[in-house]
Design a protein around this ligand. Structure first.
Ligand code: PAF
Length: 288
């Protein structure tokens, strides 16, 4: 496996791959089973698989976990090697933003896509994501790039950018990988230190599963707002006495294609959720 961290070194490799199909899996490292599924999917889709690892400062807010974000690079490297990745691209912040974060030209996705859900709580986050993804696509020149469905709003923003800017790349969504407990895999799960925090984190997938079961058992479409409120309160209330703070940031039903709010719960609707378990922010989503 080649490990490169500059565009010149990458381009030298790229020239050797002439005529071959390249798939990119962009990551921020701290690789887990979810990323491994993305890499395996990329392997099926192309001759050459490139993984990028870059903890992108542009997508973190000032109060967020940029400094403490896990960076187990040796472990990540071993995982990529084991999965037969052809090239690992690990640029430094200086290589990626040579004139600093304030001076970089940014991609600003439309407000309608970014002012709700995660965007409402993480101002500038999707500008940071869109900018770094465009830079990675331009620099690494893949024909296909694989993104996880766990970051549903991010996927939506990237698909829109690719369409709007006519980028010559196919975006492939990959289903969320879950622990046996139902917890969606995330690099931030490693911040869940105590047994109580790990149990509390299951509240997100429990809420989504219970809503889905209620919808399947109902004779007619259920009203979104009251159903989501009832089920989330039932699941979250017991945590008030357990010494773990579980704070719902949002739980919303949207139409799967447009992300417009859905008034009723029925097939074709997606549920989006974000919550803090103590200091750890987790997100999840599920299609009805
Ligand atoms: O999903 C992620 O890990 C990041 O947001 C991404 C797409 C690699 C951009 O930094």
């Amino acid at each position: 496996m080649h490990v490169v961290s500059t565009s010149a070194d990458y381009n030298a490799l790229y020239r050797q791959w002439a005529g071959q199909r390249v798939a990119l899996v962009p990551t921020m490292g701290a690789l887990h089973e979810g990323h491994m599924a993305l890499i395996r999917r990329a392997r099926e889709l192309a001759d050459i698989v490139v993984v990028s690892i870059f903890v992108n400062p542009l997508q973190f807010g000032p109060q967020e976990d940029l400094m403490s974000y896990p960076r187990p690079i040796e472990q990540d490297r071993a995982i990529c090697e084991q999965l037969g990745v052809d090239a690992l691209f690990t640029p430094s912040v200086e290589v990626f933003y040579p004139e600093g974060l304030e001076q970089v030209t940014t991609v600003v996705p439309p407000a309608a896509l970014t002012e709700r859900f995660c965007g409402a709580f993480r101002p500038g986050h999707f500008t940071g994501v869109a900018t770094v993804v465009l830079k990675l696509l331009n620099l690494l020149k893949p024909q296909v790039a694989v993104f996880g469905e766990k970051d549903a709003q991010q996927l939506m923003v990237i698909q829109k950018m690719v369409r709007d800017l006519h980028l010559p790349v196919e975006i492939i969504p990959q289903a969320t990988v879950r622990e046996a407990s139902g917890l969606a895999m995330s690099s931030r799960n490693r911040y869940l230190r105590t047994e109580a925090e790990q149990q509390a984190a299951l509240s997100l997938s429990r809420i989504l599963n219970q809503v889905r079961a209620a919808v399947q058992n109902a004779a007619e479409p259920l009203p979104a707002q009251t159903t989501l409120q009832r089920i989330s309160e039932d699941i979250l209330a017991p945590w008030a006495d357990q010494g773990v703070s579980v704070r719902l940031q949002y739980l919303e039903a949207v139409h799967k294609q447009s992300f417009a709010p859905a008034d009723t719960l029925k097939p074709g609707v997606k549920l989006l959720i974000a919550a803090y378990v103590n200091q750890v922010r987790l997100i999840d989503n599920m299609d009805l």
